[in-house]
Design a protein around this ligand. Sequence first.
Ligand code: WQD
Length: 327
Amino acid sequence: MTILVTGGAGYIGSHTVRMLRERGRDVVVLDTLELGHRDALLGAELVVGDIHDRALVTDLCRSRGVTQVVHFAAYKNVGESMIRPEKYWLNNVAGTVDLVEAMLAAEVRNIVFSSSCSVNGTPPAVPVTEDAPIAPESVYAESKAMVEKILGWYGVTHGLTAVNLRYFNAAGASEDSRIGEDWTQSLNLIPLVMKATLGKRPPVQVFGDDYPTPDGTCVRDYIHVDDLADAHIRALDHLSEGGATVSLNVGTGIGSSVLDVIHAAERVSGRTVPYEIVARRTGDPVSTYADPTRIRAVLGWASTKTLDQIVDSAWRWHSTHLDGYGS
Ligand code: WQD
């Protein structure tokens, strides 16, 4: 009854591994450590290896009695995906095919997949439901949309069942600040706000304040990483109870603007966040946030953390780990 977690030494993976172990589940992590950190595992069992290595994965599944897989291992830099698309097709797409073939060889047929709200591109309406058109606007997003389809076909051909969790903007860190996001690798808004507040970077560049939103800045759905972790465990339970393949939006249902994030950071840190308004960033959707109705119905999941709690946990983690896991 072991759960194999690929990419378990990464940001969302490590929070999920920790929560699985706290809930008494047996876990084995497969991670190349190219971007993940051994310290983020807090002692969970690690096999250093690649999802492309079918023999390794099949052996691991058989020897450890793996019954289900949570698949995080992927590249996630949208900008890089447009410059080096082959990295994303080979790792995110072909790597998942290798992983699934290796799982099936060991008769493992349940997978929880790290998908992304970016599969919908710029949504035609908010809040975004799972029935919004699939319209990726980057190689990264397309790699996630392709894997969702591929997993669906493995259901038809091999009886695989999958939960595709479409994350909105993952953020925050564990409540005790033992694990969090490696900001040396992240260009996401909240780590950048933390860095600027701590004087580790120049002022935050706010990409446009003339959007048709309440304060003119873009609106996103920031979701605490531990709320995301909980969704994975519920997705595993859905599959072990015989639940069908499904794609689910994982967000709070609440939209927050860039300035809302900056003001939250000022409240929790007690400091002034240096920022400047600059030009819009090409390709940014004006506003996107989840309709969490389906995930509540299917998994009984709902987010628990407010934006202030998310930013507070990020602040406590970053201000005590100025060099990430190097601290
Ligand atoms: C957030 C907001 C920016 C940086 C990412 C992934 C996407 C999906 C969700 C997983 C936007 C603004 C940012 C800065 C800014 N996740 N911003 N100045 O673009 O919403 O999407 O998370 O798959 O695939 O790409 O995240 O953190 O870059 O931006 O003003 O320096 O902050 O315009 O409104 P994004 P982000």
